[in-house]
Design a protein around this ligand. Structure first.
Ligand SMILES: *[C@@H]1O[C@H](CO)[C@@H](O)[C@H](O)[C@H]1NC(C)=O
Ligand SMILES: *[C@@H]1O[C@H](CO)[C@@H](O)[C@H](O)[C@H]1NC(C)=O
Length: 335
């Protein structure tokens, strides 16, 4: 029963005339994101499998809101060497359209040669170091790697993936194409939940839905003691995560938020476990006035590795800035 329903849904979603899945039923994305797509165009991938990866990329970007205060995108392609055929800086904003970006993606060549995934990940790190927006813009960072996972040096690939994740705080998704090697996809991805595989066009629809969903729900990493200045439309959440692992061995501590809503109004939710705290499913914060700023303090249990919070826009336009802090049990600022 269920599977026949799904088949019908998938068939009704597919519209492959231009290689883009129809958008009607797919999630829309309002997240602010720095997105780097890394495309393996090595000889071990067949031409039809490469074409599926191109279609997946086209569908993914067509679901995002690309723009200077929204999603900024870079495409890296590689085989034995690495190139950057598409950068956000090259998009002339006066003439930019999503069709233009899609047509650029369509021109990406399937090269032959080796699979230097490690070099491509190193390049992704360099790109993020130089072009990802700073932590005080509260922007999530994602790298999506399309590869068959058959790299020249699996150990070097794993090493560069780890370096990319830890130095830039990006979330890495690994999408297996062709005769993929799952072990390497897992070594690249930030989390086993961020490994996707794709062998046929049915799976492509599910993949795009899933990856768009995960990318769009991705909390932005914020650093303690760093002010974030941003905005949120009505009925939209901005999600944030903080590293609280420094409290792990101690006796717990506090999450402190000082905030200024400069336009509109917002609601704030927190959770130690839910990456996307929302109304109904998470604790709602009541901000107290302290001086001219709004202030909030919450106890964090010992052994809490990450802490999540979200800001929900209430009015049509909402602009705010906040500084998160982690305090030890004596009120001393950590980090
Ligand atoms: C993502 O998936 C979750 C659960 O599967 C769902 O509740 C949520 O609405 C989805 N989000 C989007 C943007 O589709
Ligand atoms: C990347 O794509 C460009 C544009 O199609 C192509 O000229 C170049 O050879 C590709 N490079 C690699 C390493 O795949």
């Amino acid at each position: 029963m269920l599977s026949s329903k799904i088949t019908i849904l998938i068939l009704s979603l597919l519209s492959l005339s231009n290689g883009i899945i129809a958008q009607g039923e797919l999630p829309k994305c309002d997240n602010i994101l720095d997105l780097i797509i890394v495309l393996d165009s090595s000889g071990s991938i067949s031409q039809p499998d490469f074409a599926k990866a191109i279609d997946a990329m086209k569908s993914l970007v067509s679901l995002l809101k690309i723009g200077p205060k929204k999603v900024m995108i870079t495409v890296i392609n590689y085989s034995s060497n690495v190139q950057i055929p598409i950068t956000f800086a090259d998009m002339k904003l006066s003439t930019f359209s999503i069709q233009w970006l899609i047509s650029k993606i369509a021109t990406l060549q399937h090269m032959q040669g080796g699979t230097d995934t490690a070099l491509a990940l190193l390049e992704a790190k360099r790109v993020c170091d130089t072009t990802c927006r700073s932590f005080n813009e509260g922007v999530a960072r994602s790298v999506v790697v399309f590869t068959d996972g058959q790299s020249n040096s699996p150990s070097e690939t794993a090493k560069q993936a780890a370096a990319l994740r830890s130095t830039t705080q990006v979330n890495i998704y690994a999408v297996g194409i062709g005769g993929y090697n799952l072990a390497e996809l897992k070594a690249i991805a930030s989390d086993p939940n961020y490994v996707f595989t794709m062998s046929n066009y049915q799976q492509l629809t599910v993949l795009i839905n899933d990856i768009t969903n995960k990318t769009c729900m991705m909390p932005a990493f914020v650093q303690p003691n760093t002010k974030v200045n941003t905005e949120v439309p009505a009925n939209t959440y901005r999600y944030y995560r903080m590293d609280t692992s420094k409290l792990r061995s101690g006796s717990g501590g506090f999450f402190e938020l000082t905030a200024d809503v400069t336009k509109g109004s917002t609601r704030v939710f927190t959770s130690a476990t839910n990456t996307n705290p929302q109304a109904g499913s998470s604790r709602e914060v009541t901000l107290q006035l302290k001086g001219t700023q709004q202030h909030y303090l919450e106890y964090i249990e010992p052994g809490t590795p990450k802490y999540y919070f979200s800001v929900l826009g209430v009015d049509p336009v909402n602009e705010f800035e906040f500084t998160p802090r982690i305090l030890d049990m004596n009120g001393g600022v950590i980090g």
